[in-house]
Structure formats: structure tokens, C-alpha cells
Ligand binder design. Structure first.
Ligand code: SAH
Length: 400
């Protein structure tokens, strides 16, 4: 296995086995030619980078049938509004130009549009890009990469803010991405992005963050090191509660802005946690195996006790849990979800039927596996009546 940043050989420290596409919800007729790859993980000591080895091509994941819409979560709409307010206060002027990478359905960018800032999103998944155009935001329906920065000539060396959320870890050629950022940012411009945080994943053993689209799991150590190669500083980092624990990173051209004390403090925490050494990742492998065995046993025990079990939210993350733990339709009757692109199909690999949320309301179940454990508060509030009727929520993540 080769490090995607340094190109040097690195060793795989664990495998989740044969995996289908995380969002590869499919019809029965396609079961026989379902696509699988080996989900293996490695750690590059040089850049402290946690990364997966083999993965499907980006075009196979991000196309006109991408089934994730940011605006499905009211909590995330609010989060992006607050993220925008923070950026406005700290990094924007009234004439700033803004680019968002992975603008999805326009939830974040709409805030910038509303105050008439010159903005542009890059969004390769055409269905969500078209949805965002209806909100009046400007978007290039294509991948962000060095070559495609040519589509934005007036933004070159002239962009005060490039922002992103939950997409940088999806982009395998991160060196090319940084080259693209380099030709767009103004002298004092900043690149701000949020991603699920490796430190949170290690603490929670939330291995379901690992799937085809998440090519990397970042830490301050890795982000600092990768961007340094291109003459950038990591100037700030702020922990976020979103997606089960994320980190907001702020990048600026070297020596142009002061590095905030937070960066040193959080890096020291990471070193104290052993995140700079392979041993921590070998420990994680053991914890994943233990989590898998415990969760499978729990499901089997409930099933033997005659409980009816369903899944709630067919998130991409659930694909890793179900396929790694080998939990199928003999354990879980259905997974309820609200996304049109998934309803009526079957879950990738384990082929559990995906049904609308009202099926969950109408059919009595004793146990619901909460695959979107990161949206626990929002979902438990919405589904209060399930708990009131004696229903129980469970998850493979213990503390969330
Ligand atoms: N930022 C949103 C969406 C995250 S999902 C949020 O946090 O909710 C990731 C999005 O990034 C998808 O819409 C996907 O199509 C898009 N994407 C994937 N690769 C990309 C690339 N190279 N450039 C721009 N967008 C990309």
C-alpha cells in the first residue's frame, strides 16, 4: 500500500474485509453483479495520515444519484448558519470572494448568497448540484481539482475564503487539491474545512466513519504536515460536535497569519493520545474486533429472545457496520429512511430492505438500531413515541 500524499510504501494495519459501496443501495436484479472492494486501512508515519487503501473511483460515488442531502438535517442547517456567522466575523469583507468545495444542496452557500457575496460552489453530484441551483446559489457541477480551477479565472489569487465540510477526506488526490487552493487564495486568504476527527473516532471506536468516500481520517498532526509541504500553516483548529466529533481547521499561507495557541494545545493532546505512532492504531484494530464481536452477540441475543429488530437511517456509515459485523436480514427486518434515492432498494452487501419512515411508525418493533447515532438528539426527539411505547434504541457505538 502507498501513502496517497508521500507516495511511499506504508503497511496496512487492519482490514474490514470485502465491502460494497457505502451508498450502493440497489435493486434485487442487481444483487448478482454488485461491486465489492477490500476495505483496508494504513497509517503513514511520515505525514501521520490515516488512510484507506483500495477504494472505488470518485466518479462511481459522486454522480447524478448521490443520495445525501445536507438539508435533511435541521441540526446541520443550523450548524452551517453558525459556521457562516463565524467565518463572516473572522475572515470576510463586504467584497470577499468565496468558494465552497462540495457544496451539495447549497445549504451552506445560501448564507453567503443571502448577503450578496461573490460565491461559487464545486459540486460533482449533479442531482444535488441541480437542487442547490434552485436556491439561487452559483455552482460548477464538477469536481474541485487543480485543472478545474481554470473554470474560475476571476477567482485566481483573489479568493478570501475557500470553505468546505465533510468533503476533503473524500478527495484521494489531496496534493492536487492543495495545488488548486494555492492558485485561488488571495495573499491573506484562508482555507477553512471541517471533517470527522480521527481523535473522536479512536475514542468512540466509531469505525463506521471508515468507508469508501472517507479516504482519510484527519488529525491536526496530519493536516499540519500535509499543508506544510505546500507552504501553508495550520493557524487554528476548533473541535465540533457534528458527525460524532469533527474538527474545523483553518489554513493560511505560511507566516502571513498568527498561529493560535489552540493548535499547539490540540497537537500536544494528540501526541499524548499516541496518535503519532502506529501502536495507537494497532490498539484501535483490537477495539474494533472487540466491538464487532460484542455488537453481533447483542443482536443475536435479542433475536433469540424473540425481539423484532429494525434499523433507523440507512446512512453510508451503516454499510461498514453491517458488512463488517455480518448483520443481515435474518437479524434486522428493515431499515427505515427518508431519502427517496434509497427507499424501495436494499442495503449494500447485506441486502436489508430500505423502507420509508412511516413503515417504522406503523409496524411494531422492539429494538431500533440507530445507524445515525451522530444525529441522536434530533432523531430521538422526532421519534419520541417509539421510546414511549417501550421501544429501545441501540448502537454499536457505546458512548455518543
Ligand atoms: N458539505 C456538505 C456535503 C458533504 S457530502 C455537508 O457537510 O453536509 C460530500 C459532498 O462533496 C458531496 O455532495 C459530493 O458530491 C461532493 N464532492 C465529492 N468529491 C468532490 C470534489 N472533488 N470536489 C467537490 N465536491 C466533491
Amino acid at each position: 500500500m502507498k501513502c496517497k500524499v508521500s507516495g511511499k510504501k506504508i503497511s496496512k494495519f487492519m482490514s474490514f474485509g470485502k465491502m460494497p459501496m457505502a451508498n450502493g443501495f440497489l435493486d434485487k436484479k442487481n444483487f448478482k453483479d454488485e461491486f465489492f472492494y477490500n476495505l483496508e486501512v494504513g497509517f503513514s508515519q511520515k505525514n501521520y495520515l490515516f488512510q484507506i487503501n483500495d477504494h472505488p473511483k470518485s466518479q462511481k460515488i459522486f454522480n447524478n444519484k448521490y443520495p445525501f442531502y445536507t438539508s435533511k438535517s435541521k441540526y446541520m442547517i443550523k450548524h452551517f448558519q453558525k459556521y457562516f456567522e463565524w467565518l463572516k466575523k473572522n475572515y470576510l469583507n463586504s467584497d470577499s470572494k468565496i468558494i465552497e468545495i462540495g457544496s451539495n444542496d447549497g445549504t451552506f452557500l445560501k448564507n453567503f448568497k443571502n448577503i450578496n457575496l461573490d460565491h461559487c460552489g464545486f459540486e460533482p453530484s449533479k442531482n444535488v448540484a441541480n437542487f442547490s441551483k434552485k436556491k439561487g446559489v452559483k455552482v460548477i457541477a464538477d469536481f474541485f481539482n487543480y485543472k478545474n480551477t481554470n473554470k474560475l479565472k476571476k477567482f485566481k489569487y483573489n479568493t478570501d475564503l475557500i470553505c468546505a465540510a465533510n468533503v476533503i477526506s473524500h478527495i484521494p488526490n489531496i496534493n492536487d487539491l492543495i495545488k488548486g487552493i494555492d492558485v485561488l487564495l488571495s495573499k491573506k486568504g484562508v482555507f477553512v474545512f471541517e471533517e470527522p476527527y480521527l481523535g473522536s473516532m479512536l475514542q468512540k471506536v466509531s469505525y463506521d466513519q471508515i468507508y469508501d468516500a472517507h479516504v482519510f481520517m484527519f488529525s491536526l498532526l496530519s493536516v499540519k504536515s500535509i499543508f506544510k509541504n505546500f507552504g501553508f500553516d495550520l493557524i487554528d483548529a476548533i473541535p465540533q460536535v457534528t458527525h460524532g466529533g469533527s474538527m474545523r481547521y483553518v489554513i493560511a499561507r505560511e507566516k502571513v497569519r498568527l498561529i493560535k495557541p489552540n493548535v499547539y494545545k490540540l497537537i500536544n493532546n494528540e501526541i499524548a493520545m499516541g496518535m503519532n505512532k502506529i501502536d495507537r492504531y494497532l490498539k484501535f484494530r483490537k477495539e474494533c474486533e472487540q466491538s464487532k464481536n460484542e455488537f453481533k452477540k447483542k443482536i443475536e441475543r435479542l433475536k433469540n429472545d424473540g425481539k423484532k429488530i429494525c434499523g433507523y437511517a440507512a446512512a453510508a456509515k451503516s454499510t461498514t457496520v453491517l458488512n463488517y459485523c455480518k448483520i443481515g436480514k435474518e437479524h434486522i427486518d428493515f431499515i427505515a429512511d427518508s431519502t427517496n434515492e434509497k427507499i424501495g432498494k436494499f442495503s449494500p452487501g447485506m441486502h436489508i430492505p430500505i423502507v420509508p419512515i412511516n413503515h417504522f411508525h406503523k409496524n411494531k418493533t422492539d429494538i431500533a438500531v440507530l445507524f445515525s447515532w451522530n444525529h441522536k438528539q434530533e432523531i430521538l426527539k422526532k421519534e419520541r413515541s417509539f421510546s414511549k411505547k417501550g421501544g429501545k434504541w441501540i448502537s454499536h457505538v457505546k458512548k455518543y
